[in-house]
Every structure is written in C-alpha cells, then in structure tokens.
Ligand binder design. Structure first.
Ligand SMILES: O=C(O)[C@H]1O[C@H](OP(=O)(O)OP(=O)(O)OC[C@H]2O[C@@H](n3ccc(=O)[nH]c3=O)[C@H](O)[C@@H]2O)[C@H](O)[C@@H](O)[C@@H]1O
Length: 381
C-alpha cells in the first residue's frame, strides 16, 4: 500500500526497511537451524540409552562414580535407562572417566566430598567413594578413615531420610591376612588394627558395622558387597596396584617389581563382571555381606610371567622388599553369590587383560604425544 500512498523517498526507505527485516529473519532462521543441527550432533555423541517407564526408572546416586569401578557402573546404569547422579571429590576419580555422559538429560555430576553431608532425593545409593589402592589409601590415612566412617555415616543418613537402599562397596580386606582359605562371608577376618593397612581395612569394617546398626535401629535397607581384586580399563595410571604396575612396566620395558618372593596369591576379576554382581546384589533382597570376586587364583610370580607373556615384553622380573601386612593368600568363596544372585564371573583373565593392556597402551601413546607438545619456560609460544 505504501508504494501508492507515500512519496518516492519514503517509499524507498520503507522498502529498504522491509528488505532489512527479511534479511534479519533469514539470518536468524539460519542461525536457529545451525543451533538445532549442533544440538542434534551433540545428542548423537551419547550412546543410546533405554527409555524406561516412570515406575521402573530409578534415581541412582553413585559416590565415587568418576573412579575406576564407579565409572563402569555409571555406564551400565545409564544404558539401562536410569537417572544417575555421580558424586566425586576427584582424589582418585577423573572427570574423563564419565565425560561421555556430561550434558545427558539422565546424568548429573556433583563435585562433592562424602565427608560432608549431602541432601538430594534418590532411590538407590551405590556407596563406592574411597581410595582402594594401598599407596592411595596410605597416602592420607586419616582422610581414608574419615571417608569410610563419616562418609558412610552421611550416606546412611541420606538413605534413612529418603528411604533409599544403600549398597556399600566393602572389600576382601575385611578378612585381613586370612587364616581361612578360600574366604567365606562367615569368616571374621584376621586384621592388624594398628598396621599401615588398618586405615582402609578397619575403615571398611566399621562401615559394614554402621550399615547393620542403621538397618537394625532405623530399618535402612542395606547391601554389602565384599569386593575382591578387580582390574580393567580406566584404572589410574599411578594406581600402584599389581595389575596396572605390571602392565605399565611390561609395556615400557621396565623391570617388573614383585614385592617379596611372589608366593602370595590373588584372584583377579574383570570390572564388568563386578558391575553385574553389584547391580544384581542391589536389586536382590540380600542384606548380609556377599563376596564378589573371581576364584581363579594365581601367585604373584605366575601373574608377572603371564603379563610378560601377553605383552610380549622383554622386561626382567625383580624382587623388592615384601609389603608390611601383605595378605599371603586371597581367593573368594562365591557360592553365596552363585546361590542367591545367580551370579558368577564370565570374563576369562586373558580377555580382560587384553582389554586393559589396550587401554594402557593408548594412555601411554597419548602421554608421549603430550610430551612432544609440551612447552617449557622460555619457549616461544
Ligand atoms: O585390587 C583390588 O581390588 C584390591 O587391591 C588392594 O589389595 P591388594 O591385594 O594388596 O592389591 P595390590 O596392591 O594389587 O597387590 C596385590 C599383590 O601384588 C603385590 N604387588 C603389588 C604391586 C607391585 O608392583 N608388585 C607386587 O608384587 C602386592 O604386594 C600384593 O601381594 C586393596 O587393598 C583392596 O581394597 C582392593 O580390593
């Protein structure tokens, strides 16, 4: 209408204005389209998770969820379609262990130390937070005791308040240096209460005691998993436990260090087997402790030779001083888990090792790339 009613100067400016508006709209439209495309691409980076009906979908808290075992548990529960909240203080946990879920609508990450109370709403709590490797838990023994005692107390308090079920990640270390072999859940253990391992062993023993005190006094639903030696990808490079030490030493051609004669035994389970056991236990009605481990027992010397063999390594095997209070034998009796949960480990040691070796190889490659890209003071940037 303007074209016919106003003079040609005004007419021209109106037309210019309309053209500008159209251009702006087109620009915004393109921008919006690009934004949607980026969001779609972002969505595609997540592995597809199951869509669970509201009544089956649980709100699950995993303390220590950015750690080695915790992050594998996160993966399984996310894929199952649950809402997962991870709490970690990142002492031994790493954000990169769970980075592939960050931003997902079913996932939440909270940087928090369980020694401080936490107020959230959840249905289940997998309480894994605590360093598990001897050099890590001995690094700050007082903090280790606080984590197992006050940390567990806080999580039991949370479970009580919101009527959640709490699963405690306990350990084979509650049996100490066992005088019964293999170890059944009925065995009370042989623990030195003042030795260097006591901060962890006794910490976990009191954590178990607290679970049963909360159960009998307040009716909290508890599950206690006594976890035996576990290995797999995402173990910390500086973990210090035997599997990661031997693999890293073998891959780098360094001497494989056996503490003592190597006659002590351990039985190793692959992490995905453990995850299946933890989930089965959480969803069972069993409140008394259950061993989760692989009964396939090896001496540490045999294990060093196996690692040398599977990595094709030229490393020599050397002996160092034996560790204080190092358990001489360890092998789980898993008949209870078999009977009650229908669970048993299924991953053969060699298969688990080859996945773990591939992981450490990739980590070492990444490290050597970083070394080449490192800038030193005085370098021109
Ligand atoms: O891996 C685990 O799941 C367990 O690890 C540790 O228990 P430990 O059996 O002492 O674990 P390692 O440090 O891996 O030691 C296993 C054996 O290998 C020996 N070892 C370890 C490291 C090494 O470089 N060389 C070596 O001979 C140790 O002296 C010990 O006899 C923790 O204390 C447990 O809580 C945890 O459940």
């Amino acid at each position: 209408r303007h074209e016919f009613t106003v003079d040609s100067v005004l007419n021209k400016s109106v037309i210019n204005e309309i053209v500008r508006k159209i251009q702006r709209l087109q620009f915004e439209n393109t921008n919006l389209r690009q934004k949607v495309e980026i969001m779609d691409a972002e969505k595609k980076k997540y592995l597809p998770v199951k869509f669970l009906a509201e009544k089956n979908r649980k709100r699950i808290l995993i303390t220590g969820g950015a750690g080695f075992v915790g992050s594998h548990l996160v993966d399984r529960l996310m894929l199952m379609g649950h809402e997962v909240t991870v709490v970690d203080n990142f002492f031994t946990g790493r954000k990169r262990n769970i980075e592939h879920w960050i931003g997902h609508e079913n996932f939440e990450l909270i940087h928090h130390d369980v020694v401080t109370p936490l107020f959230i709403e959840v249905d289940q709590i997998y309480h894994l937070a605590c360093p598990a490797s001897p050099p890590h838990y001995m690094y700050n023994p007082v903090k280790t005791i606080k984590t197992s005692s006050i940390g567990t107390l806080n999580m039991l308090g949370l479970a009580k308040r919101v009527s959640a079920t709490l699963l405690l990640a306990s350990t084979s270390e509650v049996y100490g240096d066992p005088e019964e072999h293999p170890q059944k859940e009925t065995y009370w253990g042989h623990v030195n209460p003042i030795g260097p391992r006591a901060c962890y062993d006794e910490g976990k023993r009191v954590a178990e005691t607290m679970c049963y005190a909360y159960k009998s006094q307040s009716g909290v639903k508890v599950r206690v998993a006594r976890i035996f030696n576990t290995f797999g990808p995402r173990m910390h490079m500086a973990d210090g436990r035997v599997v990661s030490n031997f693999i890293l030493q073998a891959l780098q051609g360094e001497a494989i260090t056996i503490y003592g004669k190597g006659e002590q035994t351990r039985s190793f389970q692959y992490v995905t087997d453990l995850v299946s056991g933890l989930i089965a236990l959480m969803n069972s009605d069993e409140s008394s402790p259950v061993n989760l481990g692989n009964p396939d027992e090896h001496t540490i010397l045999q294990f060093a030779e196996l690692i040398k063999d599977v990595t094709n390594s030229t490393s020599v095997i050397i002996h160092k001083d034996a560790a204080t209070d190092d358990p001489r034998k360890r092998k789980p009796d898993i008949s209870k888990a078999r009977r009650i949960l229908g669970w048993q480990p299924i991953v053969p040691l060699k298969d688990g090792l080859s996945k773990t070796i591939a992981y450490f190889k990739a980590e070492l490659e990444q490290e050597s790339k970083n070394k080449r890209n490192v800038f030193l003071p005085g370098d021109e940037l």
